[in-house]
Design a protein around this ligand. Structure first.
Ligand SMILES: CC(C)(COP(=O)(O)OP(=O)(O)OC[C@H]1O[C@@H](n2cnc3c(N)ncnc32)[C@H](O)[C@@H]1OP(=O)(O)O)[C@@H](O)C(=O)NCCC(=O)NCCS
Length: 148
């Protein structure tokens, strides 16, 4: 099985939308079509700090990592935040998620970004098994107030 990690392109939109819908289902959330379209558009725009890497398995996109870079107060360079990671259910357990994460580590090194970080649900044992093989959780909890 060949796994190729690459930047998303405009031609990926239809497949991304399928995977994105499954990802939202996984989280049991609904996001408006306007937001989904905007997210895809930002991920491709050089003017946005959001970007998307996709994983092709034997020529078909089966997973994605949506990320953004931002400045930080404890660093000179940039942080890379991984906001969304998803692999199609039919392709899990084959190393696709690991390849997407490793790609972000490699990209961070290549771009001189200082840190790569992400959040996950405490109960997401499958994802945590993957994450724990990269690094241990730093023990921080997230607090979030939703405004409007
Ligand atoms: C988390 C997720 C991205 C992992 O993708 P994946 O392609 O299946 O992961 P990999 O095949 O690279 O597996 C990596 C490791 O995860 C663990 N893992 C993967 N599938 C597992 C399963 N079904 N049960 C237990 N552990 C599993 C294993 O430790 C595995 O490492 P190993 O194969 O060296 O033992 C995928 O399960 C997914 O999309 N889940 C739903 C969305 C989600 O939870 N996203 C993350 C939100 S923070």
């Amino acid at each position: 099985m060949g796994i190729l990690i690459r930047n998303a392109t405009a031609g990926d939109e239809a497949r991304f939308r399928e995977l994105w819908a499954s990802y939202l289902d996984f989280y049991q959330v609904t996001v408006s079509d306007e937001i989904s379209a905007s997210t895809f558009s930002k991920a491709l725009s050089p003017d946005s700090s959001i970007f998307m890497r996709v994983a092709e398995v034997d020529g078909r996109v089966e997973g994605f990592a949506l990320c953004l870079t931002h400045e930080g107060t404890w660093i000179l360079g940039k942080d890379l935040y991984l906001e969304d990671l998803f692999v199609d259910a039919s392709q899990r357990g084959k190393g696709v998620g690991r390849a997407l994460l490793q790609d972000l580590v490699d990209l961070s090194k290549a771009n001189g970004w200082s840190r790569l970080y992400w959040h996950t649900a405490e109960t997401n044992a499958t994802a945590r098994k993957l994450y724990d093989s990269f690094v241990q959780s730093d023990g921080h909890l997230r607090y979030r107030i939703t405004i409007g």
